[in-house]
Design a protein around this ligand. Structure first.
Ligand SMILES: [Zn+2]
Length: 139
């Protein structure tokens, strides 16, 4: 197995429904999101996937869909109120937007679509909320 990695930084709001502490409040992070892509074999010049393709397929997806937006769970009781205030700022997601669930969603749902036809697979994603706190989902 051989892998290539790239990370991307985005600013994004969220809240964690049911959190016992301050993460239940509306807030945001400067997220650093790490992608690890695997190929069964290297291409004919010796790459897993060109780093620019990882950027285009995964980093730019984050940039286009999550950056400077607010991630909100479709079952969040605040959803309807926030929609009235700022629908265009919201990204309605099918999970409570913890770092763990974001990482899993990127690996299991987004990456298979984005990497289709490349012969590569996203096998690991690490979502850093801060330099000290992160969660990783591995296939
Ligand atoms: Zn947070």
């Amino acid at each position: 197995m051989i892998t290539a990695e790239r990370y991307h930084d985005i600013s994004c709001g969220h809240r964690v429904v049911g959190h016992e502490g301050k993460c239940r409040f509306l807030h945001g992070h400067n997220y650093r999101i790490h992608f690890e892509v695997e190929a069964q074999k290297l291409d004919n010049i010796g790459r897993v996937l060109d780093f620019s393709v990882i950027k285009e397929k995964l980093c730019m997806w984050l940039e286009d869909h999550y950056d400077h937006k607010f991630l909100i769970w479709e079952n969040d009781p605040l959803l309807e109120d926030l929609k009235m205030l700022t629908a265009e700022s919201l990204v309605i997601v099918p999970f409570n937007p913890t770092a763990e669930n974001i990482a899993q969603h990127l690996v299991e749902v987004i990456a298979p679509l984005q990497l289709e036809g490349t012969g590569c697979e996203l096998i690991r994603c690490k979502v850093e909320e801060t330099q000290k706190c992160s969660a990783t989902y591995k296939k």
